[in-house]
Design a protein around this ligand. Structure first.
Ligand code: ADP
Ligand code: MG
Length: 382
């Protein structure tokens, strides 16, 4: 989805009122009746008609005719607009540049502030795809189904920001968090390649150890990343150091399935190193040992929990993200086949994914290897 940066400046204050009214109305209406929008906005009837028409033309709201009444729905574009406008009012960002990532669950843009500093804006897009697993098995949204995409996307952004902040404060290698509004996060731009695009490293053993060290440090501080793979690890262009991103699914080490999440993270790295760098080590962290060795006197999981998230909200988000991942196919991040084809994962199930993988491989080869690999807006897997 293209963001229109010019729109950011040229919306009238009445249009803004109507848009905000539509957002407020969508908290308990899937389709917000025009009469409610008018009432909340406090503007005249005829005026609202015209204003909502112009918002619809710019795809900030969409008109929905249903059996009971006609009304409007806030679009992702409208929600993006409201978030970016709030940030621009606070002067944390003032202009939008290129999109650098697009995935099932987020869009990533380069943006900047008045000083011209580049930053990354991540817009969460939960609920864009409706997952079969969720539809069949889960009913956690209850009556809130109406605003589920807004609710889940906002929750994901809030949780991600809370984790990024606390990790950053405790010296973990993560981007500096800058601002958070609605379903968006503003953070430091890392000049890096995703590990996924790195075909050679000078010392795979060293990188492997530092990645495993991070897993151990996370766990000793009470946390498991939960999606620790080559898409969510960036390798700094200048120093080659790893930076970890993407935190909406982080779980506490006191989670009932903590060990399973921990092992999955460890296994993702082991498998990637085996396939990509032909590197395998007998040493890798074990959950119980890591926890009993834990010297850390701070517990970040408790700190984040104390920062105001309702347990049921976190549970809802966790179930959503886990279901999304199941739907996508376990470890959609699979790399090249082993030469002996002895890998245990059933990667071949996903025909579509494989086609995508092949395209990526080709473009990587064209771009050369190692440091010459361009960071491109390839379709993201995770
Ligand atoms: P998603 O939740 O959709 O997986 P991520 O947070 O993993 O989103 O970001 C997707 C991609 O965007 C990353 O793989 C990376 O290429 C790029 N990206 C995200 N955050 C940053 C950042 N702070 N600096 C540079 N690139 C980033
Ligand atoms: Mg990611």
């Amino acid at each position: 989805m293209k963001l229109d940066a010019t729109d950011l400046r040229y919306i009238t204050s009445d249009e803004f009122r109507v848009l905000t009214a539509c957002e407020m109305g969508s908290k308990n209406h899937e389709v917000v009746p025009l009469s409610l929008i008018t009432q909340i906005s406090g503007l005249r009837n005829g005026g609202v008609n015209k204003l909502i028409g112009s918002l619809a033309k710019r795809n900030l709201v969409s008109r929905v005719q249903n059996a009971k009444y006609d009304g409007y729905r806030l679009t992702y574009g409208g929600y993006d607009y409201l978030a970016m406008r709030a940030m621009s009012k606070r002067d944390t960002m003032t202009s939008v540049g290129n999109q650098i990532g697009v995935g099932k669950e987020s869009d990533i843009y380069i943006v900047s502030n008045q000083e011209g500093d580049e930053m990354v804006l991540k817009l969460h897009r939960l609920g864009r795809v409706s997952f079969r697993t969720i539809k069949q098995n889960r009913d956690y949204l209850g009556k809130r189904k109406s605003a589920s995409w807004m609710y889940m996307s906002r929750l994901a952004a809030q949780k991600e920001y809370a984790f990024m902040k606390i990790l950053h404060e405790h010296g973990f290698p993560v981007p500096t968090p800058i601002d958070q509004v609605r379903h968006t996060i503003l953070m430091e731009f890392i000049d890096a390649y995703p590990l996924r695009q790195v075909s050679e490293v000078e010392n795979p053993g060293k990188l492997y150890s530092s990645l495993m060290d991070i897993i151990v440090r996370f766990a000793q501080a009470g946390l498991i990343h939960g999606d620790y793979n080559e898409f969510n690890i960036l390798i700094r262009r200048d120093t080659g150091e790893p930076i970890v991103i993407d935190f909406p699914q982080m779980v506490s080490t006191s989670h009932a399935n903590a060990e399973w999440y921990f092992n999955r993270d460890v296994e993702c790295i082991r498998r990637f190193f085996r396939r990509r760098f032909r590197y395998e080590s007998a040493f890798y962290p074990k959950f119980k040992r890591t926890m009993s060795d834990g010297k850390s006197d701070f517990k970040l999981d408790i700190a984040v929990e104390a920062s105001g998230f309702a347990k049921k909200d976190l549970k809802a988000l966790e179930e959503y993200l886990e279901a999304a991942r199941e739907e996508e196919g376990e470890e959609g991040s699979s790399d090249e086949e082993d030469s002996d084809g002895s890998e245990e994962e059933g990667d071949a199930e996903e025909d579509e994914e494989i086609v995508e993988e092949e395209v990526i491989e080709e473009s990587e080869e064209e771009a050369g290897s190692g440091d010459d690999t361009e960071k491109e807006g390839e379709p993201r897997q995770q």
